[in-house]
Write a protein that binds this ligand. Structure first.
Ligand SMILES: [Zn+2]
Length: 281
């Protein structure tokens, strides 16, 4: 494995909100220690379809996840299967949709909630379902607890690819609108925590990529073609021992480029189904 990669998906964090609110991430970009690009989400700009596109490099029209009502493991190659095929180790802390699409379907809490099994596609996994979420109780786990949980799994297993997904911003946005003090404050919470965790993960030997599945409107909606729903941030924090070569700052990265780009960065063969040209070396 050439490089180990952590991919963080901050659900619902659109490009403009990220650039305005994530002061630590932006500080590193301004200091020249990290890169940021605008990404372009697939359509529909909905969680499940975007999760599947980020990992397969295919559009929803090709991978078949066209809404959050989809259930069933995907047949196409994805980042986890490509890393496993190359003899690498995989891990995830994420919503149970990721287990359903890439691990086993349907999601069975007693089998799938907590996994440490080298024979499964995602070998070290901790999933959450957000069952019972409502306006008074979003049922999202604490972002900071999840960051620690990831750090512990890294220390124990040194996975080559680690997916982290948090849903707090999307849930708060649906409840209060993205143009709200609740979003401002939760972005601050996550950004402050990342100020500590990114250097920790880099020191543990990782490139850290931070993106979103989709954005969200000021009213608290997404799914369509509006820029505020489709434009997503893609931050890149390279392992300090490795320089990253990427496109120029104004290049817009397609969401379907993320999977092949991560695999290329890791030095892993890109499956034939991933046709978008990779952007990182
Ligand atoms: Zn989402």
């Amino acid at each position: 494995m050439k490089n180990r990669v952590i991919l963080l998906i901050l659900d619902g964090l659109g490009y403009s909100y990220a650039r305005q609110l994530m002061g630590n991430l932006e500080g590193w970009v301004e200091a020249g220690e990290a890169r940021v690009w605008q990404g372009h989400a697939v359509l529909p700009s909905v969680s499940g379809p975007c999760y599947a596109s980020i990992h397969t490099g295919l559009t929803p029209q090709d991978h078949g996840v066209t809404s959050n009502y989809h259930e069933g493991k995907l047949e196409d190659a994805d980042i986890f299967s490509a890393v496993r095929a190359a003899g690498g180790t995989t891990a995830a802390i994420a919503h149970s949709f990721f287990s359903d699409y890439f691990q086993a379907s349907p999601f069975d809490p007693m089998r799938d909630m907590e996994v440490d099994d080298i024979h499964r596609p995602i070998q070290h996994a901790r999933f959450y379902t957000m069952a019972g979420a409502n306006k008074a109780q979003p049922a999202t786990p604490s972002d900071i607890d999840l960051f620690w949980q990831m750090s512990l799994l890294i220390e124990r297993h040194q996975p080559d690819y680690f997916l982290f997904h948090s849903c707090t911003l999307d849930s708060l946005g649906h409840n209060y609108g993205f143009d709200s003090i609740q979003i401002d404050k939760n972005c601050y919470t996550i950004d402050a925590a990342l100020g500590d965790f990114i250097p920790r993960w880099q020191a543990q030997g990782y490139d850290v990529i931070i993106t979103a599945d989709h954005g969200q409107s000021a009213r608290g909606h997404h799914g369509g073609t509006e820029a505020i729903m489709r434009d997503i941030p893609i931050y890149y924090f390279a392992n300090p021992n490795h320089v990253i070569q990427g496109p120029p700052p104004d290049y817009v990265i397609s969401q379907t480029a993320i999977a092949p780009s991560i695999l290329q960065r890791m030095g892993i063969a890109i499956p034939e189904s991933m046709q978008t040209t990779p952007v990182w070396i």
